[in-house]
Design a protein around this ligand. Structure first.
Ligand code: FO1
Ligand code: 5AD
Ligand code: SF4
Length: 311
């Protein structure tokens, strides 16, 4: 018997490629970035080897997640070309790219749209007070810039993932404001597929010494988000950052319906490995949920690449 639609929870079998860890921002919660010039960038030859080894493993999405090169740097064009070429390579090998490379210009987004099934950028939190704390040295996290990026993604009709980073110094009202801004953009452009509610999870590399977002609060925040967001936006949570199975199930009861990209290494939070997909499937099934894989595009209407994926 097929599961009822409201009993389905999805995930995307994914692998993350990192063009560069180098980043001109210094978000204090980041465990990912490295200093400019400290490591060589990924080469297409390296990427080809990795992608070749992934064939036949059921992986569909290639998440291209990058540190950011300053918009005025002489290497900006080379960086964007590398991201573009990685997307083309992934497509040519039968994968669907999803790029989150931080803040891009309109023309950069326009170019990457042609080689991505979908794209993403976390709004994090809109409150400007974070520019004095965790984002003090992170010009890419200026709220207006991120809103502008989302607006352009809407104008370009790019199927899009955004989200909130939770527990970085915001309060409940700040979260509500951020969720309302996402709602407004979606009502205008209808291109937001999912909103990630991402609990801040400390790792070994970061300078921010705040505690983790309390995972016991997550179901409440999900319920709040579900009340604000339009019903055609799916709420995504990262299962590796919710270690207790009962609480993961409580998150689903509260309205989360997607577990994001699941792959061998969480590049953003390498200290929190994923459970085996089979284990996740068992846990969910014990409470009546059916875990199913999905593509990085939800609908066929928004992008040519998306339509091709379903044909
Ligand atoms: O597609 C995305 N996946 C995001 N993911 C998912 C993730 O990078 C991978 O898809 C899997 O974790 C791979 O194992 C995050 C995971 C984290 O632990 C922390 C932050 C993120 C943020 C994003 C994101 O902005 N976009
Ligand atoms: C790619 C996305 O990863 C998220 N991100 C960055 N660092 C952390 C962390 N320590 N814990 C959880 N999420 C994090 C941010 O929201 C960013 O936009
Ligand atoms: S979170 Fe993204 S923008 Fe911030 S320092 Fe890390 S890589 Fe750079």
């Amino acid at each position: 018997m097929l599961p009822l639609p409201n009993q389905i929870v999805t995930y995307s079998p994914a692998y993350t490629l990192v063009p560069t860890y180098e980043c001109f921002n210094k978000c204090t919660y980041c465990n990912f970035r490295s200093d400019i010039g400290s490591h060589p960038w990924m080469t297409l030859e390296q990427a080809e080897k990795i992608l070749f080894s992934l064939k036949g493993q059921g992986i569909c999405e290639i998440l291209i997640l990058s540190g950011e090169v300053h918009p005025l740097s002489s290497r900006r064009q080379e960086w964007l070309d590398l991201i573009y070429d990685l997307c083309v390579l992934a497509l040519s090998m039968g994968f669907l790219p999803h790029t989150n490379a931080g803040i891009l210009s309109f023309s950069e987004m326009q170019r990457l749209k042609n080689v991505n099934a979908s794209m993403g950028l976390m709004l994090e939190q809109l409150t400007p007070k974070l520019l004095h704390t965790v984002h003090r040295h992170a010009p890419s996290k200026i709220p207006e810039l991120r809103l502008q990026h989302l607006q352009w993604a809407g104008e370009l009709q790019i199927p899009f993932t955004t989200g909130l980073l939770l527990g970085i110094g915001e309060n409940e009202d700040d979260r509500r404001q951020t969720l309302m801004a996402i709602t407004d953009l979606h009502l205008k452009y209808q291109n937001i597929q999912e909103v990630i509610l991402q609990p801040h999870s400390p790792g070994s590399e970061q300078t921010f010494d705040e505690v983790a977002f309390d995972p016991y609060q997550l179901p409440r925040v999900i319920a709040q988000a579900r009340e604000i967001l339009p019903s055609d936006i799916t709420i995504q949570i990262p299962p590796n950052l919710v270690p207790e199975e009962n609480w993961l199930l409580a998150c689903l009861d509260a309205g989360a319906r997607d577990l994001g990209g699941i792959g061998p290494r969480d590049e953003v939070n390498p200290d929190y490995p994923h459970r085996e997909v089979n284990r996740l499937r068992e846990v969910l099934l014990s409470a009546g949920w059916t875990l199913l894989p999905r593509l990085p595009v939800y609908q066929r209407t928004h992008s040519v690449l998306g339509a091709m994926a379903f044909s």
